[in-house]
Design a binder for this molecule. Structure first.
Ligand code: SF4
Ligand code: SF4
Length: 475
């Protein structure tokens, strides 16, 4: 914990202990270096709170939405199928998954180049959960100054029950988070019933406890250490930033020289800028930095310091926006440019990947067919004197219902099909069918003939045909 001397908070007319900017940087891992985040209200805090609520509700409720006889969103690792409402992604549809990941990656690059680290500040689970944990802390241990005092005082009943309640709340919320996360992989109704009636497997208990303590550790204890020292995104974001990227910036031209003054005093007469050095922008910062020192990689663009400073400006009767979402060019008095090659490049790649995704999505078929040739024998002459090639067909039913499939051959004349021509396959099952195709040698004009095997069925009343090319070998 880094505390300085008593200073006057001129915006409130009260004496408070303040956080010394950058003092904690001496050793961020020291337990005595805890950042006591001060609660703040304002536009960006409200935006972040609402976005956090939306993200939390989506995360918590999605596993409870039914879709037919399964969950709407369910990642079935045992069957290697990802269900997302009507869409089922099989391992065979990896292009779709790869395109989705590329869209997400380039979407993130695009947003970061344009708006800086807003992902970190508003939607990253680390930030959302950290702010929820800080909320529990605030409710159970009190405001920032009360928490500082509580930590400094010797153990008493008051301290004990507050600490116990806080950690119980953190652990309970972590357990709920862990159970919710696991519900994406194990049916929701099963996991809650099995875990709480002690009927779950050891593996399930291991993962529930693992994610519970990971949440508790990350959002309760690690907090900004995750963002600053462990998150790779914080490291490579600088490659996406340019002078037109929106950052949280302090207008030093307007704010300096900083210093305390009476509300009635004219700062110009005192030779001061608009920053009254109240330190609120530092106290509300979840990563504990002083944005007045310029752009720092620790800044997650959460906007809390903007709200804090706007409150101070309002109380002092000054114009808001001493700290704001701005660009380096704007701070330097230069012209801002929205359209720039890097941003356009990321945007174009993202649009292209959306195109690839839609194309891949359009080509998803409810059937998959694989044809394996008999590797031991290219062809043989059968008892009727016909040339015969043997194949193994693997038909995968990717739908949620049982289907009957009709097999046929295209682009091959005067052939004999030896084997069943219709098969019934259960949902999600692979049917393996050995067949042979025989042709009179008089009708064969080439040693190798390309042709297609077709599989046809009806899905939701619509005829669906999937074909795959293979070869017929002759002497
Ligand atoms: S400097 Fe401001 S925007 Fe950046 S992390 Fe701290 S409070 Fe959030
Ligand atoms: S920048 Fe704003 S919030 Fe920060 S110390 Fe100055 S007046 Fe206070």
């Amino acid at each position: 914990m880094s505390l300085g001397t008593h200073k006057k908070d001129y915006t409130k007319g009260e004496r408070i202990k303040i956080h010394q900017p950058d003092a904690h940087k001496a050793d961020k891992f020291s337990p005595s270096n805890q950042i006591y985040v001060r609660a703040v209200e304002g536009l960006w805090t409200n935006v972040r709170r609402r976005m956090g609520w939306v993200a939390m509700l989506v995360f918590m409720l999605l596993p409870w939405i039914p879709w037919g006889d399964r969950q709407a969103v369910y990642f079935d690792l045992a069957q290697q199928k990802f269900h997302i409402f009507a869409l089922t992604i099989w391992p065979q549809d990896l292009t779709l998954l790869a395109a989705l990941l590329m869209i997400a990656a380039f979407g993130l690059f695009f947003v970061t180049t344009y708006l800086g680290r807003v992902w970190c500040g508003y939607t990253c689970p680390q930030t959302v959960w950290t702010f929820i944990f800080i909320w529990f802390e605030e409710k159970l241990e009190g405001s920032r100054n009360k928490r500082i005092k509580l930590d400094k005082m010797p153990w008493s009943f008051n301290k004990l029950w507050r600490k116990a309640a806080k950690h119980t709340a953190w652990l309970s919320f972590s357990l709920l988070t862990s159970m919710t996360f696991m519900s994406y992989f194990v049916p929701t109704t099963d996991i809650y019933y099995e875990v709480f009636t002690l009927q779950a497997s050891g593996l399930i208990y291991f993962w529930v406890l693992f994610f519970m303590f990971a949440t508790y550790g990350n959002a309760g204890w690690m907090r900004e250490i995750m963002c600053i020292h462990m998150c790779p995104y914080a490291r490579f974001q600088s490659a996406m930033f340019d002078k037109n990227t929106y950052i949280v910036g302090y207008d030093a031209t307007r704010g300096e020289s900083r210093g305390p003054r009476s509300r009635k005093a004219d700062p110009k007469e005192l030779g001061l800028g608009d920053c009254i050095d109240c330190d609120l922008c530092v106290q509300v910062c979840p990563t504990g930095i002083d944005i007045r020192n310029g752009l720092q990689y620790e800044c997650i663009n959460c906007g809390a310091c903007i709200d804090a400073c706007d409150t101070t400006m309002e109380r002092m009767g000054y114009e808001k926006g001493l700290i704001s979402y701005t660009t380096e060019n704007k701070l330097e008095g230069k012209i801002e440019r929205v359209a720039r090659p890097k941003l356009i490049g990321y945007g174009l790649v993202m649009v292209a990947m959306v195109g690839v995704f839609l194309l891949a999505f359009d080509h998803i078929k409810p059937i998959r067919i694989d044809i394996l040739r008999d590797r031991n024998q290219l062809y043989r002459e059968n008892v009727d004197g016909l040339i015969e090639n043997t194949f193994t067909l693997k038909i995968l039913n990717k739908t949620e219902e049982q289907h009957t499939y009709t097999l046929s051959v295209a682009e091959l004349d005067d052939y004999q099909w030896i084997g069943p021509k219709t098969v019934t396959v259960e949902s999600g099952q692979v049917f393996t069918l050995p067949i042979s195709i025989a042709i009179d040698p008089a009708d064969l004009h080439r040693t190798v003939t390309d042709f297609n095997i077709e599989v046809t069925t009806k899905v939701d009343g619509e005829k669906v045909t999937v074909e795959q090319e293979t070869r017929f070998f002759a002497p």
